[in-house]
Design a protein around this ligand. Structure first.
Ligand code: TTP
Ligand code: MG
Length: 546
């Protein structure tokens, strides 16, 4: 097998790793820390330290006692509340998304950015490398990767400058043709520096690592497995064969791991958006009465609202986690239940706070979930409660914008129109449309998506007026669209299929017409195209293009 032939150089990937991330955040919060050696600790561990402290030999994840032996005047800052780190982390990722749609988060302080597209747009720009160059093999490949990566190094510099300007944070960057190389090479010059590697030096970089576990993607358990067949070093792995690894791993994984040892990594940069869940949980001494539970839920909800407010989206679902302690078996057991929440609850959010009435409604929703998990007529011992929001909608900006109005209204309809217990939902703000979860006695959850019809229409409107991101496009084909098509008036336009007729009726006439005309044009175009090449059509695709 010729591995290097499989190693495509067409991509340009930048890996960004923030310098001593938690420490930098603490220094922003308290500038007096800038010139002293200090460490950020959790429990009895120094999880990171600033670079002044590192000069004393302090390493990440050292015991506090050991760190103090190395530096007696080490200042210690507690870093158990991740809130500020998380907040800045997402801001950085969002910032990076202005360079490429393909940004993949890795923990709180690392991101891969695939800038291949941006590089292709800058091929005529200046091409001298910025930053360090790894390796001394000067036999460059002919495919054009030298130029592309060089331009990548200039983009990396630009990214780092802009992060510094915007957030007062420094970081390191690695520039390479794959994720593995970008991550590894970025760590060769720290802090606040950047390094590029051309593919001809990839093997040297891998071989410079001390051990197998230094290859990202090869963790402790994989190392143990490999050790069982005598593979203990990177060299052993290179001298092995994918077939040998197949005795331990599925074929794809075997090949992937084997390739890593040669610096080959075809894994794509996967765009990661905002988190799918915003939640928190608190372990506590056993709670045995409803009042305690309610107090705890109110506390959690207040904290959760702060996180939600920072995120900026509106959730559609709330989930409760309960850990019950069974005194007789001395065992704990976690159970979760979730339900949709009426969007109107969040409409009057003022800063981080829910209006009092909305908070009461939401607490009632959560307590109802609790009662579905715990039989409160019998004694119980609750040792942990958790709350989380999921299934988000982007919040419409501009209070009085048409989009704000439409988007909110559309989504409320999307939720309420699928429920069959409207009265209850109105009184509690709770949508029981996923009441199927009630049936799950094992605490498992069933993920309910809203009707895709309504999502399409709101997405279109959001796109048109807000330029917000769209969820993934539907897979409906032309035939399906046709069948669902419904006439709504005597005008010459109709409600496009896959759009909610009720919502469509509420739209201004010009928007209705535009929606219909777009659909017809796309349908006709698709029909023409289909003669040549069958292809999935999506209403969304069309709207996005227009
Ligand atoms: P790292 O990027 O590994 O470390 P760092 O950013 O502090 O330092 P460097 O300049 O070497 O990149 O981890 C990011 C943050 O994650 C770090 O600031 C603290 C936290 N962290 C933990 O909570 N536990 C850990 O075991 C490690 C390694 C880091
Ligand atoms: Mg870091």
């Amino acid at each position: 097998m010729n591995l290097l032939q499989e190693d495509s150089h067409c991509r340009t990937i930048i890996h960004i790793d923030m310098d001593c991330f938690y420490a930098q955040v603490e220094m922003i919060k308290n500038p007096q820390l800038v010139n002293v050696p200090f460490g950020v600790y959790q429990k009895n561990i120094v999880v990171t330290s600033n670079y002044i402290a590192r000069e004393y030999g302090i390493k990440k994840c050292m015991l506090i006692s050991d760190a103090q032996k190395l530096c007696s005047n080490l200042v210690l800052v507690k870093g158990e509340d991740l809130h500020d780190y998380r907040q800045l982390s997402y801001k950085v990722t969002t910032h990076l998304q202005s360079y490429s749609r393909l940004v993949e988060r890795l923990g709180l302080d690392e991101n891969f950015v695939d800038v291949t597209q941006l590089v292709s747009e800058k091929l005529n720009s200046e091409d001298t490398v910025l930053g360090h160059i790894f390796g001394d093999n000067l036999e460059y490949c002919e495919c054009g990767c030298k130029k592309r990566l060089t331009i990548g190094s200039r983009i990396a510099q630009d990214i780092r400058d802009s992060i510094n300007k915007e957030f007062k944070l420094t970081c390191c960057a690695g520039v390479a043709h794959n994720k593995l190389m970008a991550k590894l090479v970025g760590a060769t010059h720290k802090p606040n520096q950047q390094t590029i590697i051309f593919p001809n030096n990839a093997m040297d970089l891998v071989s410079s690592l001390n051990e197998l576990s230094s290859i990202p993607g090869i963790g402790k358990s994989i190392c143990e497995c490999l050790g069982s067949i005598g593979i203990k070093s990177i060299e052993d792995m290179q001298n092995s064969t994918p077939d040998k690894l197949k005795t331990l791993f599925p074929p794809d994984k075997a090949k992937y791991l084997y390739n890593l040892s040669y610096g080959v990594d075809e894994a794509p940069v996967k765009a990661t958006g905002k988190p799918q869940v915003i939640g928190l949980e608190d372990a506590c001494r056993p709670m045995t009465v409803e009042r305690e539970i309610k107090d705890k839920i109110e506390q959690l909800l207040k904290r959760l609202m702060i996180l939600l407010n920072e995120d900026g989206r509106v959730p559609r679902t709330i989930k409760l986690v309960v850990r019950k302690f069974d005194k007789s078996s001395k065992m704990s057991h976690r159970e979760t239940k979730q339900c949709n929440v009426n969007q109107s609850i969040f409409s009057g959010v003022n800063g981080k706070m829910l209006p009092e009435a909305s908070e009461k409604r939401l607490v009632k929703v959560i307590m109802d979930l609790f009662i579905r998990i715990v039989d409160i007529k019998k004694p119980y011992h609750i040792t942990l409660l958790g709350l989380s929001f999921t299934k988000f909608l982007e919040r419409a900006t501009g209070k009085h914008s048409i989009a704000a109005f439409l988007k909110k209204d559309l989504e409320v309809q999307a939720i309420t129109s699928i429920e069959n217990m409207k009265d209850l939902s109105q009184s509690t703000g709770m949508d029981l449309s996923n009441s199927s979860t009630d049936l799950n006695t094992d605490g498992s959850e069933s993920e309910l998506e809203p009707s895709p019809k309504k999502k399409k229409l709101s997405t279109f409107i959001a796109r048109r007026y807000l330029n917000t991101d769209c969820p993934s496009p539907s897979k409906l084909n032309v035939a399906e669209l046709r069948i669902n098509c419904e006439k709504i008036s005597d005008d010459s336009f109709h409600c496009p299929p896959n759009a909610d007729i009720e919502v469509f009726r509420e739209l201004p006439k010009d928007m209705q017409r535009e929606l219909w005309q777009n659909y017809v044009r796309e349908r006709d175009r698709e029909e023409r195209l289909q003669v040549k090449k069958p292809r999935l059509n999506t209403l969304l695709n069309y709207f996005v293009k227009n």
